[in-house]
Design a protein around this ligand. Structure first.
Ligand SMILES: O=C(O)Cc1cc(O)ccc1O
Ligand SMILES: [Fe+2]
Length: 457
């Protein structure tokens, strides 16, 4: 039996799922009415004889403003299961990024990839279809991040996953995702993204008929430290960029069966698994503020310059994961969404730059304003710490001669950036093995000759 707000979901189409709105606020949902205790969180007798389970996302003593946890009312507690054994199936997840490890191949070179696919994706599920592109740090000390791509065609069935190493921010490019979590289901098509936090059991399936080849392809940002928040708005005021009301959490949904299920756990950079004879998705009701969510990037309220100059890309930040240094992010998730360009006497595309932050970009759809060609949907680029980059030669020529009328930067172009204060150490798979690196990418800037009118000495 499956239930959602009291009704069965076996027939619910992904696009008809229900949600609650808000970011980081306390949410409650009951698939069976009266499941949440009326007084306190953990009474002696729980309504419907459910078990109470507390899931914390922050230490108990974290100040109230940042404290995240959820109370789950479930058919059986998570603790009852067979012993953990190594998970067989995934060969190449990378979680530690120290230069001396054989799977790491750091490079300051500008890198660009054709659409990132994984060999044999048709027969892989979400877990086995993940490949690591790069990252920094290590999950044991809870600092750093990992950047992955995924490509899969098989659904997870009775297998689910929880990540003890960090939070996953998942950005689909092709193939709608149906993400089933302990808190309920999220439909995550292209131009949406979702976040599933540390410790939450979930599975990711591709919705049939939503991609030409039946495969799902996209990217994952995994943060080892903290959680994502909506960035401060400073002088912008109290509204704008990603508005809290547009983040959506699931409503309670549960499965009640005695089938064999496999629960996979990523812990300390390795996958483990255990068996249990019931669904891990047996949470009948929840009350908390530690809940997975989705967001529609088309709702991002883009801000920009209405006078002159190209603004810093921080203006496009959807979510940030802050470090201990004010204003410095472990990771920013940034979206370049359709917007009007109206700046006068301005070189409108991104300028040439050498940033102290490292920039991993992916193209979801359309064309990106700094690159006339070569940065394709499903493709990606990495401009590491201090590595010079910016508009390619064609873009430079066009932008310096363009008639600066107001123009809409493509109605349907969405690119994103994972920006981090860390050096991104790339994996051997991403640099030497995946076969998607564009060897001529450095030539994007080859046509930028000396054009200065200053006479040569
Ligand atoms: O490199 C890029 O294309 C990302 C980027 C965009 C922008 O508008 C300004 C700076 C920047 O790094
Ligand atoms: Fe950049």
């Amino acid at each position: 039996m499956g239930a959602q707000n009291g009704s069965t979901t076996t027939s619910t189409k992904p696009e008809d799922l229900k949600y609650q709105n808000g970011f980081g606020n306390w949410q409650e949902s009951e698939a069976v009415p009266g499941s949440i205790p009326e007084r306190g969180y953990a009474p002696q007798k729980v309504p419907h004889n459910l078990y109470t389970e507390c899931l914390s996302g922050t230490a108990f003593t974290v100040p109230r403003d940042h404290n995240q946890r959820a109370w789950l009312y479930r058919l059986q507690p998570s603790a009852g299961h067979e012993p953990f054994v190594p998970y067989k199936g995934h060969e190449s997840i990378v979680s530690s990024f120290y230069h001396f490890l054989p799977e790491i191949e750091p490079t300051p070179q500008q890198l660009r990839w054709d659409p990132l696919t994984v060999k044999g994706a048709k027969d892989k599920n979400f877990i086995d279809g993940i490949r690591t592109i790069g990252g920094a740090g290590d999950p044991q000390m809870k600092d750093g991040l990992a950047i992955h791509c995924y490509n899969f065609g098989k659904n997870m069935g009775n297998t689910s996953l929880y990540n003890s190493d960090g939070d996953y921010l998942i950005v689909p490019v092709t193939g709608d995702l149906l993400v089933t979590t302990e808190f309920g289901k999220l439909h995550v098509p292209s131009k949406f993204f979702c976040v599933v936090q540390r410790g939450i059991k979930f599975k990711v399936d591709v919705v049939e008929g939503t991609s030409e080849d039946g495969l799902a392809q996209g990217f994952i940002l995994e943060i080892y430290k903290g959680h994502f928040v909506i960035p401060e708005l400073g002088p912008i005021g109290s509204n704008g960029l990603a508005n809290a009301k547009d983040f959506q959490t699931p409503v309670a949904y549960y499965e009640d069966n005695d089938e064999e299920h496999i629960v996979v756990n990523k812990f300390s950079g390795k996958f483990f698994q255990f068996k249990q004879n019931r669904s891990p998705f047996d949470v009948v009701a929840f009350s908390g503020n530690y809940i997975p969510y989705r967001y529609d990037l088309r709702k991002f309220n883009v801000m920009g310059s209405v006078s002159y100059d190209h603004p810093d890309p921080s203006i496009h930040t959807v979510l940030t994961c802050v470090s201990d240094v004010p204003g410095v992010a472990v990771a920013d998730f940034v979206v370049f969404a359709p917007r009007w360009m109206v700046m006068e006497d301005t070189f409108r595309p991104p300028w040439f730059h050498r940033n102290v932050m490292s920039e991993f970009m992916g193209n979801i759809c359309g064309t990106y304003d700094a690159k006339a060609e070569g940065f394709m949907p499903g493709g990606a680029s990495l401009h590491n710490m201090n590595t010079p980059h910016g508009p390619d030669a064609d873009t430079y020529k066009k932008a310096t001669t363009a008639d600066l009328k107001p123009h809409k930067l493509s109605d349907d172009s969405y690119a994103f950036m994972f920006e981090t204060c860390y050096q991104v150490a790339t994996t051997k798979w991403a640099v030497s093995e995946c076969g998607k690196v564009q060897p001529d990418y450095y030539k994007a800037w080859a046509g930028l000759e000396r054009i200065s009118t200053i006479p040569r000495p």
